[in-house]
Design a protein. Structure first.
Length: 451
């Protein structure tokens, strides 16, 4: 006597949902949603000045690395990136991204720091730069200045006579840079010139062999200094020392190139997915999977545009991961359809598709729910780049699961019915019904017997 074990099913065995009958409605809704997603890009361009909320990765800005030391012990300390983000946001900084970084110094000591990215290029406004540039030339006109130009927070001066770093520092200290702080109004700080290193001292006081001119750079303590002072004020200057490890700018041209490369990566991914499906199955399956992948990419981009969520290289990584997840789910559904086509030859393609999707439905729900729950936790409790990646995955899991069933499959069904079902129309018209064709022959034979 067999013992019956009770099992809690997500869906009862033998479920028979009719998916094919709803394909047209879901396809229509998909096109409407895609149109809305694309439309929001142009709405953002008209109202916000850009299609997407690009981060420094795509529109340029400044990236800085900071480390922290405990003033009491002199040893490196670890600071929560969330605390750094809150400190900078309270000081009035917008569009910043803070993430954790681990590295080792020259002695091999492990150090925990933070990477801060901001869309700001410089601590100086264009107005201050212009006044300081003109004033510098007038102040030191007796030094035979041939050129004085700003490059970020550095003033490059070519002159016939030397201008010491201290002379430049004393003059530029007469100018102020405006720093806006939430809740406390506007604060002004004097321009500070960085001291020359021993190497820079020798380089900037040596004349060019050809022109006999001096070529000197006067670096201003810029946005990295502002952030350093802000973090020390908020984190406790008496307890924590903030050290600027590295600071460099990302130009708008470089950001634009990264944006173009990201778009190329998505296009190449779609092409390779189609190529894989052609070899894995046959040509009937590729168009549906490709359209579903394009749909997923457009929908994720649309949600980022509608919510004005920051788009970084991490977002692109999340988008490519979503595309891979969607294709994996689509391939599993296609594989079951192909198996059932071989086993259920007496059934129509519509019935085979319904049976196949019902068989895979529980597996699809469980897999997608697991991924969604994991990334949802990352989205809720994560910060910075982690949250950015998780948000893309949350949206992508939903649209990827939906597109595998309601977009890829109906396109495959249409192609199969249109070009792979039964004989060609021309041949069908030329064929003679074998049952009808045998009747005259039999009648003729009977007549001959009677004669």
């Amino acid at each position: 006597m067999s013992e019956h074990h009770k099992f809690r099913y997500l869906l009862p065995p033998g479920n028979n949902f009719h998916f094919v009958s709803k394909f047209k409605a879901w396809l229509l809704m998909s096109f409407v949603l895609m149109a809305i997603a694309i439309g929001f890009l142009f709405v953002n361009k008209a109202t916000r000045g850009d299609y997407m909320n690009w981060t420094i990765d795509f529109k340029g800005g400044t990236e800085m690395v900071f480390s922290f030391k405990d003033r009491a012990t002199g040893s490196y300390a670890k600071v929560d990136p969330h605390d750094v983000r809150v400190a900078l946001e309270k000081s009035g900084e917008d569009g910043i991204d803070v993430s954790e970084i681990e590295y080792t110094d020259d002695k091999g000591t492990p150090i925990s720091g933070v990477v801060v990215k901001t869309p700001r290029y410089s601590a100086l406004t264009e107005e201050v730069k212009d006044k300081a540039h003109k004033g510098f030339i007038e102040k030191f006109k007796d030094r035979k200045i041939t050129r004085a130009t700003w490059s970020g927070d550095r003033l490059n001066v070519k002159s016939g006579e030397p201008i010491s770093n201290q002379e430049a520092a004393d003059y530029l200290a007469t100018f102020e840079v405006l720093a806006t702080t939430k809740g406390t109004g506007s604060q002004t700080k004097k321009l500070e010139v960085k001291p020359w290193s021993t190497e820079e001292q020798g380089q900037y006081t040596s004349r060019d062999e050809g022109t006999r001119e001096l070529n000197a750079w006067y670096g201003i303590w810029g946005i990295d200094r502002q952030y350093q002072q802000t973090m020390e004020d908020k984190l406790g200057k008496e307890k924590t020392e903030v050290i600027v490890v590295q600071s460099y700018g990302v130009g708008a041209r470089a950001g634009s190139k990264l944006r173009d490369d990201a778009a190329k990566a998505i296009i190449f991914a779609i092409f390779l997915i189609m190529l894989y499906l052609v070899f894995r199955f046959d040509i009937r399956y590729a168009p549906g999977a490709a359209f579903a992948t394009i749909h997923d990419a457009v929908m994720v981009i649309g949600v980022f545009a509608i919510t004005w969520t920051e788009v970084s290289l991490t977002s692109v990584a999340g988008l490519l991961t979503v595309m891979g997840f969607s294709v994996n789910d689509t391939v599993i559904v296609f594989d079951r359809i192909r198996e059932n086509q071989a086993k259920l030859k007496d059934k129509s393609i519509e019935r085979i598709i319904d049976i196949s999707i019902n068989e895979m439905l529980v597996r699809t729900i469980l897999t997608s729910s697991t991924v969604f729950a994991t990334t949802l936790i990352m989205n809720i409790f994560g910060t910075g780049l982690v949250q950015n990646f998780a948000f893309a995955m949350n949206v992508g899991v939903i649209v990827g699961t939906y597109s595998s069933i309601f977009l890829a499959t109906p396109i495959f069904m249409y192609i199969t019915k249109k070009w792979y079902s039964g004989p060609a129309p021309a041949r069908r018209r030329g064929m003679v019904d074998p049952v009808v064709a045998t009747v005259p022959a039999a009648s003729k034979s009977d007549d001959a017997d009677e004669e």
